[in-house]
Write a protein that binds this ligand. Structure first.
Ligand code: GAR
Length: 266
């Protein structure tokens, strides 16, 4: 029998995806168990859901820590193992030249917070980290310390749109306001960009006349609760592989992209 994977989760809000994952573990639809739930704020209802299920929790209060760092430059000190120039070169959240100052300012507060997050996670060894409505971008500082083998990423996210359309904080709202006739959700591995990592799974639903944003969100969430556990189970079963593809686009241009290949069931 296959060993159960250890899953850690980060949440910011209601945690309905977290609940779907916890339930799927209980019902053995996922060969895994949840070993911790962390939140970026103490009000996240996902914490309650975790406690109710006997799962260890912690809070790394991003807003309070960031405000503290901004007030007190002593606390803005970067950890010794952090090389700012290297991080700036690697991060993809602020790509253009003019944005690098913004990137530096972002990292000056984000890296110390992520250092707290790494400390909070340390007591709980895990195989997979799932972001379940975690509304914070992660910097390469954090990502590299979790993905110690770059060919075997182990941070997953669920996003409320059919990526690569409508990354960001309001996927269903953006989909609806754009007038899309199809909406959806995506599970992907995290990379250095915002919602840009290799796609593991997607589900789509029709948007019909009469649907408002709430109807779109409701249809989407129903699919999220199925899709996320399915993708986690693919990881647990060792069926996900990230491969580098290179495509010849003609006229001397090439496109490179890391994609997820899903092996068939043994
Ligand atoms: C979900 O719709 C999830 O896709 C989205 O937040 C919601 C969390 O709901 N995540 C993002 O937008 C990440 N960028 P939940 O707390 O009830 O699971």
């Amino acid at each position: 029998m296959q060993r159960k994977i250890r899953i850690g989760a980060l949440v910011s809000g209601g945690g309905s995806n977290l609940q779907a994952i916890i339930d799927a573990c209980t019902e053995e639809k996922i060969d895994g168990r949840m070993v911790f739930v962390g939140a970026d704020n103490p009000r996240a209802h996902g914490l309650e859901r975790a406690r109710h299920n006997g799962i260890a929790t912690f809070v790394v209060d991003y807003d309070t820590i960031i405000a503290d760092i901004r007030r007190n430059s002593e606390k803005a000190k970067l950890p010794e193992d952090c090389n700012m120039d290297e991080l700036l070169a690697r991060q993809a959240l602020f790509p253009s030249g003019a944005d690098l100052a913004k990137g530096r300012a972002f990292l000056m507060t984000r890296v110390p917070v992520e250092n707290h997050l790494l400390e909070a996670i340390r007591p709980y060894p895990f195989d997979l980290l799932v972001l379940a409505g975690f509304m914070r971008n992660l910097s390469p500082y954090f990502i590299d310390r979790i993905n110690t083998d770059p060919d075997r990423p182990r941070i997953m996210n669920i996003h409320p749109s059919l990526l690569p359309a409508f990354g960001g904080t309001d996927g269903y709202g953006d989909t609806f306001r754009y007038g899309c006739k199809v909406g959806g959700c995506t599970v992907h591995f995290i990379d250095y960009g915002e919602d840009t990592g290799p796609i593991i799974g997607q589900r789509a639903f029709p948007i019909v006349p009469g649907d408002d944003i709430e109807a779109v969100r409701k249809k989407g969430l129903q699919l999220e609760w199925e899709l996320y556990p399915e993708c986690i189970q693919l990881f647990a079963a060792g069926r996900l592989k990230v491969v580098k593809k290179s495509y010849d686009l003609g006229k001397g241009r090439t496109m490179q992209r890391k994609v997820v290949e899903i092996s068939s069931k043994i």
